[in-house]
Ligand binder design. Structure first.
Ligand SMILES: *Cc1c(COP(=O)(O)O)cnc(C)c1O
Length: 468
């Protein structure tokens, strides 16, 4: 090991010697021997590489190494990207009611699968099923880990070893390797494509149905739009064909919504209850998209089909945990009162913030940000467009406001480097700030920042700290 060390380097001290140093003993008392030893070994490697040359630098390294190890990997960030339901940033922020419900059952036992009136074994779906049915008009409902899992489960439970008819215009990829043809294969179903990319007719489905057909599937193509010479078949038309041939009809709504988004001034999104009312047998949709709840995949529809889905061994593999169910139940309960809904579900609140409200937040934030960024940059308020995110139509943009930072340099390459460095500094803050770089500037969209107070406090605190 020491062969490679340059000859002028002092040899590192022995592990046992270092562990007896008073500074090290204090670290062992606080963090335990294992962690200190791991960090010390790493420190001694740096010593041998010539990056640490004296005892006090070694102790500092070990201290910082332990600190880094003990900093949670997953932690809160400020989402100033302008994308409200940002998949990489954890999608829907939960309402306090959901967080309280999770906390209440997290620490101890709960009646997760225990029927209190009878004292017998219960069903974990029971906590949310009635609410889903009440809010959608469905006969029955069940819940799994996410909507991708819901699609996989329904396909497998209802159409295993059979054909599933889908329009060629709806063979989607959601991103993150969710591609419908692949999911079909994994569900052990045979994909039967009908129609063309831009036009699919009622007769395409009708002619596609045969003795091997197990399911008709319609997918809400939320993350792209086919425009121009197009034709697709409505849920009501499909329901008629499905009923005539006694084949179940499933619709993957993606986001779906329990309420009319247009009434809130937002882009239209299929309303789950309305889709079921067209005669659709089973729908699936996400818990953490427009619903504004925890990650989950909700399956709702005909009681006999839900019963079959629930019996599948895949249901057991894909089920939700108690925390998710507690949060989902709490969020669904908020939907019982439409008058207070928007105020209480953060996702809906953020999506309906007006440009002038957001501009006010940006204006409050601006001076602290300018002071923190320093004289190399100029900050101003800039109108931008936010996105709903998570596959909701990217074309439908929401007017918003950002703090815009640009570099004062005349050199284009220097400006672009300074912006990237600034973005990196923001990501290194105790609660990292995630913005976006566009048009030679760094944009911090304030749609998801309901109050600037905590962020301003962080900028002040960071300014006060000696810079490394
Ligand atoms: C988002 C989406 C999915 C996947 O849902 P997750 O909850 O992310 O698993 C499936 N289908 C459609 C149409 C979607 O938009």
């Amino acid at each position: 090991m020491t062969d490679a060390a340059p000859t002028h380097m002092p040899r590192p001290p022995a592990v046992d010697t270092v562990l007896r140093w008073p500074g090290m003993q204090a670290l062992i008392d606080t963090h335990g021997r294992t962690l200190v030893l791991d960090s010390l070994r790493s420190g001694l490697n740096h010593w041998r590489a010539g990056e640490i040359a004296d005892d006090s630098a070694l102790v500092t390294f070990v201290q910082q190494h332990i600190e880094r190890l003990l900093t949670p990997s997953m932690r809160p960030v400020f989402n100033l990207t302008g994308t409200v339901l940002h998949t990489n940033l954890g999608r829907a922020p939960l309402p306090p009611e959901a967080i309280e419900a999770m906390t209440a059952v997290a620490a101890g036992a709960s009646n997760l699968e225990y029927d209190l009136p009878s004292g017998k074994r219960g069903d974990r779906d029971a906590h949310v099923e009635d609410w889903i049915c009440r809010l959608t008009g469905a006969e029955a409902a069940t819940v799994v880990n996410n909507n991708a899992a819901a699609v996989l489960l329904v396909l497998n439970a209802l159409a295993q070893r059979r054909e599933v008819i889908v329009s060629r215009g709806e063979l989607i990829e959601i991103g993150g390797s969710f591609r419908l043809p692949d999911i079909m294969t994994r569900a052990n179903c045979k994909l039967h494509e009908v129609g063309t990319t831009n036009r699919t007719h009622v007769r395409d489905y009708a002619e596609g149905i045969n003795a091997r057909t197990g399911l008709l599937l319609k997918v809400h193509t939320s993350n792209y739009a086919v425009a121009g010479f197009t034709k697709s078949v409505t849920e009501a038309q499909l329901a008629a064909i499905a009923a005539e041939h006694q084949v179940p009809l499933m619709v993957d709504l993606g986001s779906g919504s329990l309420i009319d988004m247009q009434a809130l001034g937002l882009p239209a999104e299929p309303v789950v209850g309305q889709i079921l009312a067209q005669g659709v047998d089973v729908v699936t949709f996400s818990g953490d998209k427009l619903l504004g709840g925890p990650q989950a995949g909700i399956i709702a529809g005909r009681a006999d089909l839900i019963a079959r889905i629930r019996k599948s061994p895949l249901k057991r593999a894909l089920r939700c945990d108690k925390l998710t169910l507690a949060a989902l139940e709490a969020v669904l309960r908020l939907y019982s009162n439409p008058d207070t809904l928007v105020a209480r579900v953060p996702t809906l609140r953020l999506l309906t913030r007006t440009q002038s409200e957001i501009e006010q937040t940006a204006t409050v934030l601006l001076p602290a940000l300018q002071a923190w960024a320093g004289n190399d940059f100029s900050a101003d308020i800039h109108p931008v467009h936010s996105q709903i995110g998570s596959g909701s139509l990217p074309l439908e943009l929401l007017p918003s406001a950002a703090v815009r930072l640009h570099s004062n340099s005349n050199n284009k390459r220097l400006r672009s480097r300074q912006l990237r460095e600034l973005a990196e500094r923001l990501r290194r803050l105790a609660q990292p700030v995630i913005g976006r770089i566009a048009d030679d500037s760094l944009l911090l969209d304030c749609r998801c920042l309901e109050s600037a107070d905590d962020l301003i406090a962080q900028f002040h605190a960071d300014c006060a700290q000696p810079q490394a």
